[in-house]
Ligand binder design. Structure first.
Ligand code: NAD
Length: 278
């Protein structure tokens, strides 16, 4: 099946599907099946990370899928303990080997870990990998505007993407505005708010009923209409399919306003300014 997902054009001209499949907390042996189901359902972008421990399963599913490599957009992330120029080059090789790939589409610094104070050197290694043609786009994750400003001042390639926690309870307006000014694409992690309370919020349930859709589809549609990239995760085949069936309806201005009113600036994950875990 060919992809139904439109692309976002990154700041270096590379096209990235606006909706992809995330595999955080999916064990390696289950990742192969989950990614296979996602590719079969039409996903063409997969988001993994070295720390997820499932790059091998992800790579096996890609190899077995029969989908040409150049039609799949693969993202992985450098873990905190590997910051620094030489360590980053080694970590990249290790990730690529586990994935069984000879190039990557997007490589992200997973967290800035400000206490380490090595993200600038780390990013310089990313610039080398990019210049050497081993990765098509480079970016960051969990970078606040202050961290991005420093990278932009001290390095030469503006990050293509900043992947941040973003959902109706944490709408990240200031970060999105900063990204837009700098030409950085915003990518939402935990776009469904990890599924828990968010999908039962009455305003979202009401909009879902109005459109004859599910709450998850409404939340994903909200992201798409904001212009962010989303990477919902599920290991349930019916939900994997449901989460990509979001390109044949639209939210109206009233729906968008009702979801905008749900912002509580409430994080599910750690605060990037103080998260320094190895
Ligand atoms: P998510 O918001 O995608 O929610 C996933 C959960 O929602 C599932 O486990 C399931 O319980 C539920 N769900 C999924 N589809 C559903 C549906 N259709 N109906 C009802 N419930 C449904 O959460 P996530 O996994 O935290 O985030 C998505 C991806 O973002 C991750 O897999 C990972 O790739 C990425 N991520 C990145 C970071 C980072 O630091 N960069 C952190 C967390 C996640």
């Amino acid at each position: 099946m060919s992809s139904k997902v439109p692309p976002i054009i990154l700041n270096n001209g590379v096209e990235m599907p606006q909706l992809g499949f995330g595999v955080w907390q999916v064990p390696d042996d289950e990742a192969e099946q989950a990614v296979a189901t996602a590719l079969e359902a039409g996903y063409r972008s997969i988001d993994t990370a070295a720390i997820y421990g499932n790059e091998e399963g992800t790579g096996k599913a890609i190899a077995a899928s029969g989908v040409p490599r150049e039609e799949i957009f693969v993202t992985t992330k450098l873990w905190n303990s590997e910051h620094g120029y030489d360590a980053t080059l080694r970590a990249f090789d290790a990730s690529l080997e586990k994935l069984g790939l000879d190039y990557l589409d997007l490589y992200l610094i997973h967290w800035p870990t400000p206490a380490r104070d090595k993200y600038v050197d780390t990013y310089k290694a990313f610039e080398k990998l990019h210049a050497d043609g081993r990765v098509r786009a480079i970016g960051v994750s969990n970078f606040e505007p202050e961290h991005l400003r420093r990278l932009i001042d001290e390095t030469s390639v503006i990050p293509a993407v900043d992947q941040i926690e973003l959902h109706p309870h944490l709408q990240q307006r200031a970060a999105r505005e900063f990204h837009a000014e700098q030409g950085i694409a915003t990518e939402a992690w935990s776009p469904l708010g990890q599924g828990k309370g968010l999908l039962e919020v009455p305003a979202i349930v009401a909009i879902a009923q109005k459109h004859g859709r599910t709450p998850a589809q409404v939340v994903l549609r909200w992201h798409l209409q904001l212009g962010t990239i989303v990477i919902p995760k599920s290991v349930t085949p019916s939900r994997i399919r449901e989460n990509i069936e979001v390109f044949d309806f639209s939210l109206d201005t009233e729906d968008l306003a009702a979801i905008s009113a749900l912002n509580e600036d409430r994080r599910l994950g750690p605060d990037p300014s103080s998260f320094n875990m190895a």
